[in-house]
Design a binder for this molecule. Structure first.
Ligand code: NAP
Ligand code: ZN
Length: 362
């Protein structure tokens, strides 16, 4: 059945899609809409591989729409602009993150927190207001309203800037909102993966003291020497965890799989906050007393608004913050997904779309 709006999808596009919950990606020809008056067409140059891509490919959140073209850490170049576009010119370097539209009228939208608009439209695996399903950045181009894209400062290297569009803003926003950024604050970052390692760099740039809590002892050198953390705890080492009890003002938990959070609550000082970012499937096991004694709180946070995303990108450019990446070809993406599932990535895969996608089209 033709979806409403599909007749406007007249521009051919090419990417890689999964057809089912095996998550296996392969070449996929589809179409995108004409560039609207307030929209830009972006030639995708690089796209980061977020763990959320993997969750969606495998339908771990039970909401995947196939065929599914993932990718919401997009850096590209403006290739075409609509008549009313004022923010971008052709050739500008541009970033597109996790959302491409929102209602623009609700309280969240009015407060520049489109990420909490209940009608926001996801960059992929979301249904646009015209009824079409969105396809993400593992593709040659994407069309987006200029209000939902950000400028990439020319001092940022493009490939390692891509992960900032999701991983970067997802760490930056809660640090600021929950008051964990700044001198005199001790922040714990749980899980040293794509989100976690960028989080360490932001927290250090804010002047906070940072302790990484990791399940992988072998990441200690990277955490302390490459990313600048002040401390490193192995989450399974009871002596280390015990010694750090009650020392942290806040913790950002980025772990992508089910794990105990009670020991993390124990690491907090009175009034401390545990912010959950990892979108794990199973509910957590928690005793009320662990929060009551110490007036502690547990919260969640989802990416950030577009204005804050631009602020974060500018801050990253100013402070020289970038992701630690392994650049891969499109052809390698299924192997990369297997490695990501096993935690075998230091610390973000980024697909070189511009140089490696087209050759996979036979
Ligand atoms: P990632 O690169 O795979 O990193 C996750 C890290 O979690 C791993 O490097 C590992 O770090 C740790 N980990 C994984 N499995 C574990 C286990 N069984 N027990 C303990 N630790 C484990 O993933 P990511 O891209 O950073 O994303 C992390 C999570 O955040 C995902 O669930 C993703 O969907 C979610 N996410 C949320 C938002 C948001 O706005 N809320 C935005 C983007 C992504 P160690 O080796 O150091 O333990
Ligand atoms: Zn993401």
């Amino acid at each position: 059945m033709e979806r409403l709006g599909e007749k406007y999808q007249s521009v051919e596009a090419f990417g890689w899609a999964a057809r089912d919950s095996s998550g296996h990606l392969s070449p996929f020809v589809f179409s995108r809409r004409e560039t609207g008056e307030e929209e830009v067409r972006v030639k995708v140059l690089y796209c980061g591989v977020c763990h959320s891509d993997l969750h969606c490919l495998k339908n771990e959140w039970h909401s995947s729409i196939y065929p599914l073209v993932p990718g919401h850490e997009i850096v590209g170049e403006v290739a075409e602009i609509g008549r009313k576009v004022s923010k971008f010119s052709i050739g500008d370097k541009i970033g597109v993150g996790c959302i491409v539209d929102s209602c623009r009228a609700c309280e969240s939208c009015r407060e520049d927190q489109e990420n909490y608009c209940t009608k926001s439209v996801a960059t992929y695996n979301g249904v646009h207001y015209d009824g079409t399903v969105n396809y993400g950045g593992y593709s040659d181009h994407i069309v987006v309203d200029e209000c939902y894209a950000v400028k990439i400062p020319h001092t940022l290297p493009l490939a390692s800037a891509a992960p900032l569009l999701c991983a970067g803003i997802s760490m930056y926003s809660p640090m600021k909102y929950f008051g964990l950024a700044g001198q005199g604050k001790h922040i714990g970052i749980v899980g040293l993966g794509g989100l976690g390692h960028i989080g360490v760099r932001f927290a250090k740039a804010f002047g906070s003291k940072v302790t990484v809590v990791s399940s992988t002892a072998g990441k200690s050198k990277d955490a302390l020497e490459n990313f600048g953390a002040d401390g490193f705890l192995v989450s399974t080492n009871e002596d280390q965890m015990q010694a750090a009890m009650g020392t942290m003002d806040g913790i950002i938990d980025t772990v992508s799989a089910s794990h105990p959070i009670l020991p993390l609550v124990g690491l907090l000082k009175p009034n401390g906050k545990l912010v959950l970012l990892g979108a794990t499937e199973k509910p957590f096991d928690l005793h009320a007393f662990s929060l009551i004694l110490g007036r502690k709180s547990i919260a969640g946070s989802a990416i950030g608004g577009i204005k804050e995303t631009q602020e974060m990108i500018n801050f990253a450019a100013e402070h020289g913050i970038k992701a630690e990446i392994e650049t891969i070809s499109m052809e390698y993406v299924n192997t990369a997904m297997d490695r990501l599932a096993k935690g075998d990535v230091r610390y973000r895969f980024v697909i070189d779309i511009a140089n490696t996608l087209a050759v996979t089209r036979s």
